[in-house]
Design a protein around this ligand. Structure first.
Ligand code: PNS
Length: 169
């Protein structure tokens, strides 16, 4: 791979919902790569809180300030999608040691399928090392504050999901 300064990175994930930890990786990735494509997986094994279309819109709102970030959805293998988009990098965030085994397995699998695509890991900013979409949903379910965990544009929408009797404003 020759560095030509035009490297497209795909940042795949469930993003159900996007958190400030994800946004941190997207912002830092957007400074490293010519384009970052945030790719929402459309065939998850578990039932999501938000539809793919909702998640794409939420991420678009949260990344509106980043001109070289695009949001899309995909089905099937990440490497197939990356090839289709001519991306040479799959971007992933690493929070804690327990992430590593799964991420390493995924990176090796993806390299065996597409040796020309590199997985690049960014370590998550320490203040978000505990944060995940599941943590956000758990807190929101029990009425706790999520203001410091998700992009501001999303706070009301998530709260509304769990406490529909409250106004979404
Ligand atoms: O945010 P997540 O749920 O940790 O993201 C996981 C994701 C979407 C990156 C992973 O499940 C994935 O790449 N799925 C697509 C199927 C695939 O390519 N599998 C081969 C790698 S093991």
């Amino acid at each position: 791979m020759h560095g030509d300064g035009l490297t497209i990175a795909v940042y795949p994930g469930s993003f159900d919902p996007i958190t400030l930890g994800h946004l941190d990786i997207i912002e830092r990735g957007s400074r490293l790569f010519s384009q970052v494509i945030v790719a929402v997986l459309a065939n998850p094994s578990k039932t999501p809180l938000f539809s793919v279309a909702q998640r794409v819109r939420q991420i678009e709102q949260a990344t509106a300030h980043l001109p070289n970030v695009e949001v899309d959805s995909f089905d099937g293998l990440t490497v197939a999608y990356a090839r289709q988009r001519q991306a040479r990098v799959i971007l992933r965030g690493l929070r804690v040691l327990s992430d590593f085994e799964y991420e390493l397995q995924m990176a090796h699998t993806n390299r065996s399928l597409a040796p020309e695509i590199e997985t690049v890991f960014l370590t998550t900013t320490t203040e978000y090392s505990f944060l995940s979409s599941s943590v956000v949903k758990e807190i929101a379910r029990f009425g706790g504050s999520i203001d410091h965990l998700v992009p501001p544009s999303l706070v009301a929408e998530i709260k509304q999901c769990f406490q529909p009797h409250l106004s979404a404003t």
